[in-house]
Design a protein around this ligand. Structure first.
Ligand SMILES: *Cc1c(COP(=O)(O)O)cnc(C)c1O
Length: 392
């Protein structure tokens, strides 16, 4: 007899298939950059989060190699045991100085950093107000926390303001993304912040996974616009997107950092980032802040402009969401049509990914096109041509 556990799995899998929501992982060999290889065939890659192409930068790779040789692969333990080195401390200090926060703490991934902060900081009686399009790592942490989660409409300041007024007697943590990962648009931080600051008991937490390295002065992210400063109380930056490496950091005040060191089980009971990863991150961040980063951001911007201009000229029958960032989502609607389009584009040698609910709201399945600085003029032309072909 099949065990109850297996029956439970089988039932859920059948439903998943029937909804056209079944997820398959594809074997991508030889890594991926501008081009990726799948089943022996080469594809132009429009699904990467390595927005600046730094994952293949020789200086980043050299730093990784050298430190792996000198210090080994593993950090050997949690930062509370033996895994915290001068290298980790230096990266934390550099991040804190650059982004003008008293402290920075390294985490092994953006997912873990979000879980850690939300679970350690909030307690019974608190409220979390999260933009409803926030990343799953934020929403899941909020659901699992003892605080009460209320989602507000995407980028809707008036519903947020309403919540803040209503619950101003309690500790309220407002959560949003800098650049939304599935829509490519930005949170209106400059209008949000005054409402949050008006309520003493409320704080803002921004996950800038997709803005860090790309937007703001020298790529410092969404929380700086020209000379204005929209720094939240808690900022999460990610090393696995534009930085091209892996890991994340929480930027916060002194007391919050110490609190997390004392009470965050995600930090205490997990092996610290490998030293070579820390070294590669340090080099990638230096590149981001200097002339190399500037040129890469310009190349990315040129590609974005080229693509958006070209799409307009095409008169495509699908809606391209109004994004000025590397994330250019083409809204299709139902799962099946989205999957069909993706496979037609794949036949033309383009690698694109269908994003379906629950990652995005119901009936808003889309093709998430990501552009990077590694793409050239002809790559964008090829993308536009392929989209024109499937449009017929
Ligand atoms: C990718 C992403 C994360 C998770 O980061 P990892 O380092 O990949 O775990 C968190 N938040 C947002 C908004 C993301 O896009």
């Amino acid at each position: 007899m099949t065990s109850l556990w297996i029956q439970r799995c089988e039932k859920a899998l059948a439903i998943q298939k029937q909804k056209k929501a079944y997820r398959y992982r594809k074997l991508i060999s030889g890594g991926n950059d501008r081009i990726l290889t799948y089943q022996g065939k080469r594809y132009l890659n429009f699904s990467s989060n390595d927005y600046l192409g730094l994952a293949r930068h020789p200086e980043v790779i050299a730093a990784y190699q050298q430190v792996a040789i000198d210090e080994g692969i593993s950090s050997g333990g949690s930062g509370h045991v033996i895994g915290y080195s001068p290298r980790h401390q230096r990266l934390e200090n550099q991040l804190a100085n650059w982004l003008s926060f008293p402290r920075a703490l390294l985490f092994c991934s953006g997912y873990i950093a979000n879980q850690a902060v939300i679970s350690a900081l909030t307690t019974v009686g608190d409220y979390i107000f999260a933009d409803r399009l926030s990343h799953s790592s934020l929403l899941n942490a909020a659901i699992q926390s003892s605080a009460e989660l209320i989602r507000f409409r995407h980028n809707d300041i008036s519903s947020l303001q309403h919540l803040l007024q209503r619950f101003c007697q309690s500790n309220c943590l407002v959560i949003t993304e800098g650049v939304f990962s599935m829509d490519g648009d930005q949170a209106p931080l400059s209008t949000m912040i005054p409402y949050i600051r008006a309520v003493d008991s409320s704080w803002l937490m921004v996950d800038d996974a997709h803005g860090f390295g790309i937007l703001g002065l020298d790529g410092c992210g969404c929380c700086w616009d020209l000379n204005q400063d929209f720094r939240p109380e808690i900022l999460i930056v990610n090393f696995s997107k534009a930085v091209g490496v892996s890991g994340a950091a929480v930027l916060c005040q002194e007391q919050v950092a110490e609190y997390l060191i004392q009470f965050s089980s995600h930090l205490i009971y997990s092996t610290a980032l490998p030293p070579a990863i820390v070294a590669a991150t340090e080099v990638a961040l230096t590149l981001i802040r200097t002339i190399t980063g500037k040129a890469l951001r310009q190349q990315l911007q040129d590609n974005i402009n080229h693509f958006r201009y070209g799409i307009q000229a095409l008169g495509l029958g699908y809606r391209l969401l109004p994004s000025i960032t590397a994330i250019q989502p083409l809204l299709i609607g139902d799962n099946l049509s989205t999957l069909n389009l993706v496979s037609q584009l794949r036949e033309q040698g383009l690698w694109l990914t269908a994003i379906r609910p629950p990652t995005v709201p119901p009936n808003s399945a889309r093709i998430r096109i990501t552009l990077t600085a590694a793409h050239n003029y002809n790559d964008i032309e090829q993308l536009l041509e392929a989209l024109a072909n499937v449009n017929k």
